[in-house]
Design a protein around this ligand. Structure first.
Ligand code: IPE
Ligand code: IPE
Ligand code: MG
Length: 256
């Protein structure tokens, strides 16, 4: 028998929630094509899934949520689709900002949003400023984001600091490097969800996902909902995270 949202709400251990959930929202185009509709229709429908996910994460008390909205490689798509996505983003931000703010959510953008169209920059900066002081969930939208681009930017920024005499080469370590990334100050993702059956990272958070648990589903993003998210979290809680060490029970055996 399949479990419902209510079942999962009871099964999920509230003391072992992932602190940071990352999501590759994939399959919008295929979802629309299955319905003989243009790909853009899928992107629009995907916004409802995003709304549900943000609400559910907030309800559970997840500290940080990161969603992949537009990659540095997505510029290869037809101009019309790219424009549609940019407009949809402005629309999403304008429509949702009040509710995000009411829920104490702090919005952040991972990626180089300053090279986006002027209208997008304006909407983003308004939303960032409005929610900057909020203390609730951190909600990152990865936009014009590429992990390799992020890593190179970090390397350059550290190199510049060395050049200016503000940093010693010996002080470049995992901590200072992490702090030079877009995700500065945030915990690494505990759980990565990717929809639409694709099992790859597509240049998402390469540094941060060294020990992230991956969860894949063939469900297309516009069909992803609260129940699916809860399933992913519950299955994540059944995993044994060793970080290169031993299971807790094995460690204890050794000391016995
Ligand atoms: C994900 O859906 C949204 C973005 C990448 C912006 P896709 O547009 O990649 O949908 P598919 O993978 O072609 O079905
Ligand atoms: C990854 O999806 C990027 C986003 C979801 C924004 P893609 O659809 O662009 O990834 P590939 O091309 O299938 O690897
Ligand atoms: Mg895709």
């Amino acid at each position: 028998m399949s479990r419902t949202t209510t079942d999962y709400m009871q099964l999920i251990n509230k003391d072992k929630l992932p602190q940071h959930i990352a999501i590759i929202m994939d399959g919008n185009g295929r979802w629309a094509q299955k319905r003989f509709m243009p790909r853009t229709f899928g992107h629009r429908s995907g916004m409802n899934s995003l709304k549900q996910v943000v609400e559910t994460c907030c309800e559970l008390g997840i500290a940080c949520l990161t969603v992949y909205a537009f990659s540095t490689e997505n510029w290869k798509r037809p101009r019309d689709e790219v424009n549609y996505l940019m407009n949809l983003l402005v629309e999403y931000v304008n429509k949702e900002i009040e509710e995000l703010h009411r829920n104490g959510i702090r919005l952040q953008i991972l990626g180089d949003y300053r090279s986006l169209p002027e209208r997008s920059i304006k909407a983003i900066e308004m939303a960032l400023a409005k929610t900057a002081a909020n203390q609730g969930m951190v909600f990152n939208i990865a936009l014009n984001y590429g992990a390799r681009d992020e890593i190179i930017r970090a390397a350059r920024s550290l190199a510049r600091q060395v050049e200016e005499g503000k940093l010693r080469v010996e002080d470049i370590n995992e901590e200072t490097f992490s702090r030079a990334l877009y995700t500065s100050g945030l915990p690494d993702p505990d759980l990565l969800i990717r929809t639409a059956g694709e099992m790859r990272l597509s240049n998402f958070l390469l540094w941060q996902m060294a020990y992230t648990e991956f969860w894949f589903t063939s469900i297309l993003w516009p069909d992803f909902d609260k129940e699916e998210l809860l399933r992913a979290i519950w299955e994540y809680q059944q995993r044994d995270r060793r970080f290169g060490g031993l299971k807790k029970s094995e460690q204890e055996d050794h000391h016995a």
